[in-house]
Design a binder for this molecule. Sequence first.
Ligand SMILES: C[S@@+](CC[C@H](N)C(=O)[O-])C[C@H]1O[C@@H](n2cnc3c(N)ncnc32)[C@H](O)[C@@H]1O
Length: 239
Amino acid sequence: MRTAVFSKDYEGVDYERFWTGPGKQYLDRLEQKILRHTLPVGESIVEIGSGFGRLAPCYVDRYREVHMVEPASNLREAAMNVFGDRVHYHDASVYELPFAGNSFDTALMVRVFHHLHNSVAALQELHRILRPGGTLVVSYSNLHNPGRIVRFLLGRVPNPFASDKQEYAADLFGHAPSHMRAMLKQSGFALHEQYATCILSPIINRVPVLGRFDPPLSLERVLGAVDLAPAVFVVAQKK
Ligand SMILES: C[S@@+](CC[C@H](N)C(=O)[O-])C[C@H]1O[C@@H](n2cnc3c(N)ncnc32)[C@H](O)[C@@H]1O
């Protein structure tokens, strides 16, 4: 049953280890910078697939009511150990959120979308729990990114120019930007802005000194708009 509900099972995974090394540290800082800038002022927020609470410092003190949804018990417990009773924790899936309709001002889902088999069902559920005008910040993996295109030209991966989505590996999907926008629209969201991420992190792993360069968010926004970044943060509003 778990595989039908949870696209990728992180139970027992040491996800904190993923965030080690100069490239990942740089990426973590960049993602947090984007969130500190984009998360609006509001009363209530829910993060879906919150992991060990890596991104919680961006929002935990900005909202009166804070919820985290995380199916992996070890990651939920790691977050509990840091944020304690400041946060409400839920063992649930994005497909079936344990909240009434119109409950939240803001919903956040980072690095989860690429694991989901039913993207539209997830977006519709996020739409249900947000208040009208509420903000969704969601990241996705861009199928049309230059690294993948080069690997295709070298014969290493299938043609990435699909117009919808492609499974890179088991439980790991890339989406075409136009398809992502169409799904958001179909699910009742209006796109507000997009930010590019993951561009420099592989290079910084090889040349760590580059990690000291702190790119302005305006650059990430411009790169996000041209649909070439490996990963994209989308900010959208519930219509
Ligand atoms: C790559 S981790 C990202 C964690 C966190 N968002 C971050 O960026 O640090 C993916 C997370 O999504 C969670 N997840 C996987 N399938 C899910 C689902 N159907 N509903 C909610 N969370 C899910 C996993 O348990 C895991 O914590």
